[in-house]
Design a protein around this ligand. Structure first.
Ligand code: 48F
Length: 257
């Protein structure tokens, strides 16, 4: 068969455009394809919700690829191990209660599970703002990451969502933008992003569960962003809390939808 270069281009443009058009009006829009965002996407999509996940970088996976200090293994505890089994990730017991997993197997398997459950993942798109109507977050403002990187003066596009998930990790970008631009009070002790505290794995892993919540009407925090929002500690390369936070966030949103 002779290959037509123009048909190849047309196939990409048409199928991508269809994907983007299908995501203009979502049940849940997630910002950040790290472990928490990907896990939330999986459980929401598995429950037949229309989910779009927007990731700034070329690659998904956030801070998971590099394990700890580029040693590409992660540690998880018992609860996290059960979740990894749901994604068909193999784990090894290191000591009672401590398991390791290959970080590359984790990222690829969770990502595949989320996509095959029905979530649509867009890489190379940055969320630069939220849509705020009647004191409720009701969507996201998107632009190509290339536009952001090149600092081009090009207006964004907007998508609507019943709920937004802030899963941008340590920088906690989306709720910072919301608090700054709209001057609203978040459901944190001070009403602002409290900022993450120094490393304390045990406390960080416990608190992330209760910090996963609807932090302002229409927007939820999951993963490291939840701990940073509430002034809780970071926890380093133990990932059970990230996965559990994504799952709990999805379960709470499912109950609210
Ligand atoms: O940082 P990240 O992996 O967040 P997470 O799911 O997991 C944290 C762990 O990786 C690790 C840790 C474990 O103990 O503390 O750090 O909470 O993934 C966040 C993703 O969000 C993307 C960013 O590129 C990364 O892949 N991101 C951040 N801001 C934006 C964004 C934005 N404005 N628009 C789109 N994507």
């Amino acid at each position: 068969m002779k290959l037509d270069d123009i048909i190849i281009s047309e196939a990409i443009i048409k199928s991508y455009t269809k994907k983007l058009l299908d995501c203009l009006d979502l049940d849940v829009a997630i910002v950040g394809a790290g472990p928490s965002g990907l896990t939330a996407a999986y459980f929401l999509a598995k429950n037949n919700k229309k989910v779009g996940l927007f990731e700034r970088h070329l690659s998904v996976g956030g801070g998971m690829w590099g394990g700890g200090m580029m040693f590409n293994e992660i540690v998880i505890q018992e609860e996290g191990k059960e979740l990894l089994e749901e994604f068909d990730v193999r784990t090894k017991e290191f000591q009672p209660g401590y398991y390791t997993a290959d970080s590359i197997e984790c990222v690829t398997s969770i990502t595949k599970s989320a996509i095959q459950a029905g979530a649509t993942i867009f890489n190379l798109i940055s969320v630069e703002d939220v849509m705020l109507k009647d004191e409720r977050v009701s969507g996201l403002v998107l632009n190509w990451s290339a536009v952001e990187l090149a600092k081009l003066h090009i207006d964004p596009l907007t998508i609507r969502a019943k709920f937004v998930v802030e899963a941008t990790g340590h920088p906690t970008e989306v709720i910072r933008i919301l608090a700054k631009k709209a001057g609203v009070k978040l459901r944190t002790p001070s009403g602002a992003v409290e900022g993450e505290r120094p490393m304390w794995a045990e406390k960080g892993e416990k608190l992330i569960i209760e910090n996963t919540c609807e932090i302002f009407p229409g927007i939820w925090v999951a993963g490291m962003a939840a701990n940073a929002a509430f002034g809780s500690p970071r926890m380093g390369p133990i990932f059970g809390g990230m996965l559990l936070s994504g799952k709990i966030c999805a379960q709470k949103i499912l109950a609210a939808l």
